[in-house]
Ligand binder design. Sequence first.
Ligand code: NAD
Length: 231
Amino acid sequence: GRRALVAGVADDGGFGFAIAKALAQAGAKVCVGTWPPALGIFQTLLRRGKMDESRKFADGSLLEFEKIYALDAAFDTLESAPAEVRENKRYKEQGDFSIAGLAAQLTADFGEQPLDIVVHSLANGPEVKKPLLETSRAGYLEAVGVSAYSMVSMVAKFAPLMKKDGSFVSLTYMASERVIPGYGGGMSSAKAALESDTRVLAYEAGRKYGVRVNTISAGPWASRAASAIGI
Ligand code: NAD
């Protein structure tokens, strides 16, 4: 069987959860990466059965995650996370929540080439509600770092863990190519970067590791992230 890692699942309302479920339905083992601030509540809701309806397959069985890892895709290594993040109560019990840390844990848990599929389903723009014209440099760089560079880092760190012909996919949005008022804070810029990087990563990682890299431009969907901005 194949194993997938879906990065960016913290509830049952977004694309990551739906993709994880579809992959499991098709026979894959599915691990997820969850943002540390959302991890506790996600595990509690799962344990208390609050997501059983959405976990249910047609035959009545429930979606099971092989493993739920803490992942903050803003950080490539644990050392690059500032002390106040590492010492935060939602982070300090989570081990190495960086992208490199997740790669190391996957290898420790499942061996040398544990992955067939990696899904990047995460984004964050702290100033998303602000028009680009009012976005600070820090907010812009945070949006691009978390939402676009995270994919570069994930391909760099996870491609060596992929079986031959492995596949990476991320989720983008049309605001990269057309003006969509409300999708601010540098998020439109982040998606444009993500799309361009997808082409370059497909070229580079395709040659170096024999993996594919794609992005899907999803239509608007009222996930937790999107509801916050009325997309
Ligand atoms: P979602 O809220 O289900 O997913 C976003 C996830 O990113 C959340 O689980 C959140 O915890 C996680 N996240 C935020 N910062 C993180 C970080 N630093 N490290 C790790 N995880 C982090 O919302 P969604 O709308 O399903 O978003 C999934 C992807 O789909 C995103 O890339 C989004 O831009 C994209 N997308 C969404 C829409 C839409 O209308 N909802 C449309 C096109 C593309």
